[in-house]
Design a binder for this molecule. Structure first.
Ligand code: FES
Length: 114
């Protein structure tokens, strides 16, 4: 298990949260299992960016960002140098501090209306 600190988010966890996450789980699954209802509109298939998180601590432990993830992240709301799509990052034994951006963009949904 690894500890994940989630910084306060107005809708999802106004007080912030501390959760225990299973090593090897996707960060998105770990947040959901911890009661944080982060959006994951494309069911974690790396197509929507609604699961975007900013990794305030532990970013390097989450491994490589694929080119596809990077392309999507480029269009995510509130992109930072420490942004990840939480469905594409796996939890390791390094504790994390995560911030969930205030807004999300559902690129998958937008694409279906093009
Ligand atoms: S859930 Fe859609 S990109 Fe992660």
């Amino acid at each position: 298990m690894t500890r994940i600190i989630v910084l306060p988010h107005a809708d999802l966890c106004p007080q912030g949260a501390v959760i225990d996450a299973e090593i090897g789980a996707s960060l998105c699954d770990a947040l959901l299992a911890g009661g944080i209802e982060i959006e994951h509109a494309c069911e974690q298939s790396c197509a929507c960016t609604t699961c975007h998180v900013i990794v305030r601590e532990g970013f390097d432990a989450l491994g490589e960002v694929s080119e596809h993830e990077e392309d999507l992240l480029d269009r995510a709301w509130g992109l930072t140098a420490n942004s990840r799509l939480s469905c594409q990052a796996s939890v390791t034994d390094t504790p994390l501090i995560i911030e969930i951006p205030r807004y999300t963009l559902n690129l998958a949904r937008e694409n279906t209306h093009e």
